[in-house]
Design a protein around this ligand. Structure first.
Ligand code: NDP
Length: 444
């Protein structure tokens, strides 16, 4: 059996009941097959793939907190420090009831290659909890965040591990987490990113993932002789990534017509009104029914369904495994020309393959949503030099990074004979740098 197949089998056996982690490992290892099979015996002897697929450190902890009625609750806390070959661990914290060890491991594994692709010195990690922030008071959120940090602070630091936000963790949560870290350690350092502007945050971090997604989409289309201007764009999600993807799509001359949340979705034939979306989701933290109530032409539908809307470009920006094989078929049937992932692993392997086989340009999240972590790394740089850059400076750097990522993965795909297969290109380009650093650092 080949070393890659052996490794996939071992990962499935050693990590039972973690389907998302298996899926992420399979996707990456299948893509790097051309690299590994060139020198399989050497890599096997060095147990390279065992080291690559086993986190350097896994931290699991109890998070007790008290609600507004005096009731005590206990949640599970996680921090997976996956790989530090090219820099301190870096990756977000996710607060969502669906969080479990397998999901955090899949996200941490993906993060290793994504961070490598940015060209910046950051390793890969991820964390979070099965705590559900929905419907909680600000005091309850603070109580949870403080309790979470009471344990996490032992394992993080500006040169060690620098968490950020993810689903359920925005500016409010980062603020509470940072305050508690400072209280416990007496250190005012860049230990978290996504901070508020008054205490070390970076301009353009909030917009970075969504903006970056559009910069790379525009570049990919350009490389294929297509102009983003005038295109109809379908977006899922209504959170941080989706909102700023919609905003930048407008700015680049495209028309975003949908958004969604975990209960339903909106189709607005006039294009999504960004100001209204921000008011509903960022300010009032309400459902999308409130968007539809204010826009007579917009249609609200319960459940999922954005992929059934006719479009040129599709941007899944909500969560993992939200674009399934039937959705891929609907997109192809409706003439979609490109899919760029804003979320992490939103497209199943089957759906990805169907899109690629039918000529749809497909760029995976580890490349296309890397703008968030890249700007987090720019926040770390600003914290280290104790300076703040202007919005325009950060945005220009972000754009440069996204364009670079596209050309690196495009080149890697061509070099290995997989032209236009941007999944293979992204995995190989991300992997080669990590491989080199791991080789130089010996068996650790
Ligand atoms: P948010 O929490 O801001 O928004 C998530 C959105 O997706 C919400 O609209 C939410 O609906 C919806 N959603 C969440 N879970 C589900 C589900 N199980 N089914 C259907 N809809 C769901 O998160 P972000 O925008 O920050 O993150 C979105 C994705 O992008 C995630 O995969 C994340 O890992 C990835 N990502 C985020 C980065 C960032 O900088 N924020 C960077 C790189 C990747 P509701 O409002 O009902 O909760």
């Amino acid at each position: 059996m080949s070393y890659i197949d052996e490794t996939i089998e071992r990962v499935i056996q050693q990590n039972p009941s973690q389907p998302e982690f298996h899926q992420a490992v399979k996707e990456v290892l299948e893509s790097i097959r051309p690299v590994i099979e060139k020198d399989e015996e050497k890599y096997r002897k060095n147990a390279l793939l065992e080291r690559l697929t086993t986190p350097e450190r896994q931290i699991l902890f109890r998070v007790p907190w008290v609600d507004d009625n005096g009731q005590v609750h206990v949640n599970n806390g996680y921090r997976i420090q996956f790989n530090s070959a090219i820099g301190p661990y870096k990756g977000g914290l996710r607060l969502h009831p669906s969080v479990n060890l397998g999901i955090i491991k899949f996200l941490g594994f993906e993060q290793v290659f994504k961070n490598s692709l940015t060209g910046l010195p950051i390793g890969g990690g991820k964390g979070g909890s099965d705590f559900d922030p929905k419907g909680k008071s600000d005091r309850e959120i603070m109580a949870f965040c403080q309790s979470f940090m009471n344990e996490l602070y032992k394992y993080i630091g500006a040169n060690e591990d620098v968490p950020a936000g993810d689903i359920g963790v925005g500016g409010r949560e980062i603020g509470f987490l940072y305050g508690q870290y400072k209280r416990l350690t007496n250190q005012y350092e860049g230990v978290l990113t996504g901070k508020g502007l008054s205490y070390g945050g970076s301009l353009a971090r909030t917009q970075a993932t969504g903006y970056g997604l559009l910069y790379i989409t525009e570049e990919m289309l350009k490389a294929n002789g297509i102009d983003l201007k005038g295109k109809t764009v379908v977006v899922s999600g209504a959170g941080n990534v989706a909102t700023y993807a919609i905003e930048k799509a407008w700015q680049l001359g495209a028309k975003p017509v949908t958004c969604s949340d975990s209960t339903g979705w909106v189709y607005d034939p006039d294009g999504i009104d960004v100001a209204l979306l921000k008011e509903v989701k960022e300010v009032r933290r309400a459902r999308l029914t409130e968007y539809a109530a204010k826009k007579p032409k917009a249609q609200y539908h319960e459940g999922r369904g954005v992929w059934s809307v006719k479009c040129d470009v599709a941007l899944p920006c909500a969560t993992q495994n939200e674009l399934l094989i039937d959705d891929a078929k609907a997109l192809v049937k409706n003439g979609c020309i490109a899919v760029a992932e804003g979320a992490n692993m939103p497209t199943t392997i089957e759906a990805t393959q169907y899109l690629q086989q039918n000529g749809v340009l497909f760029i995976p999240g580890k490349a296309s949503n890397a703008g968030g972590v890249a700007t987090s790394a720019l926040e770390m740089s600003q914290n280290s030099e104790r300076l703040s850059w202007t919005f325009e400076e950060v945005d220009a750097k972000l754009k440069g990074i996204m364009i670079n990522i596209f050309h690196n993965l495009d080149k890697a795909a061509k070099d290995y004979g997989y032209e236009k297969n941007y999944v293979v290109g992204a995995n190989i380009a991300g992997f080669l740098k990590v491989l080199d650093a791991m080789n130089c650092q010996g068996i650790v």
